[in-house]
Design a protein around this ligand. Sequence first.
Ligand SMILES: *[C@@H]1O[C@H](CO)[C@@H](O)[C@H](O)[C@H]1NC(C)=O
Ligand SMILES: *[C@@H]1O[C@H](CO)[C@@H](O)[C@H](O)[C@H]1NC(C)=O
Length: 116
Amino acid sequence: MEMKKIQLRAPLAIAMLMCLIISSSAALLGGFSTADPKDPQVVDSAKFAVTEHNKQNHTDLVFNKVVKAERQVVAGTNYRLGIEATDNGAAHRYIAEVYVALNQTKFLTSFKQLGN
Ligand SMILES: *[C@@H]1O[C@H](CO)[C@@H](O)[C@H](O)[C@H]1NC(C)=O
Ligand SMILES: *[C@@H]1O[C@H](CO)[C@@H](O)[C@H](O)[C@H]1NC(C)=O
């Protein structure tokens, strides 16, 4: 009687453990996680986003600071950044996405102004 219970539970425990391992490694590989807004790589990527956006849209934004940062490790790193920048003297918030390739080349993938 005791033996049968144990035999039935073991596969269940293993299945649960597998689920746990799979979901936690998926989170590590796939998801965005919070990053330090003052991390030099975060700040570099945010400055790049503002500069690149200025080039692409012929604007004249001045980078102030990163207010929020998230990082996703892929083949390289994706950054999702909340940025404060000044446009003609007025501070605005923007959400930028920057991809930093393994060779450190940066690409601006998205740059949007948040609603005033
Ligand atoms: C760096 O990698 C990116 C993406 O793989 C590629 O587009 C770019 O040409 C590379 N740049 C250099 C300088 O190797
Ligand atoms: C930048 O320019 C593109 C193309 O002209 C436009 O679609 C986009 O909305 C602009 N971005 C911002 C933040 O104004």
